[in-house]
Design a binder for this molecule. Sequence first.
Ligand code: ADP
Length: 170
Amino acid sequence: MALTSVSLSLDSVVIAIYPGSFDPITLGHLDVIERASRLFDQVIVAVLCNPGKDPFFSVSQRLEQIRRSTQHLINIEVDSFTGLTVEYAKLRQARVLLRGLRVLSDFEKELQMAHTNQTLWDGIETVFLATTKEYSFLSSSIVKEIAKFGGSVTHLVPANVADDIFSYYN
Ligand code: ADP
């Protein structure tokens, strides 16, 4: 009886992967991570190393930025991966792939990706979290655009990221 309840509780641990570029992490991403940490047993924030993209911050800088931004949360792990997200999910025994939705244009792209991933592995379930409305406009690209022209981004990114951006331009 005791053994059954132990194995049941282990089976019910839900690990979610939140994959993305996070170049850099914004307050919109952080909001999704904080809300997901209350929904799932463990959330792995996974930086995709995409050789096709020319990032602003290196993978190791992004990992450090995300670690520092999420250190108040106990069930968050930060990692990086290459290749197919579903293969990484299998490796990490994650059953949930977490994505954020801001505007209608996100929906089209995200739904296509969710359906594609389903064809690759039916063991994965994509879960979408709708953005909190004050972050619906916010993206990493917008942050980089403002920073490039000398604007302040302190209201858009975690403090440690704002410091990194400031150091880059000064
Ligand atoms: P990717 O290149 O994989 O889209 P991003 O770092 O841009 O990587 O985004 C990762 C995920 O976070 C995506 O699902 C994106 O829709 C979501 N996201 C980005 N910004 C926000 C935000 N402000 N609110 C909610 N979700 C967001």
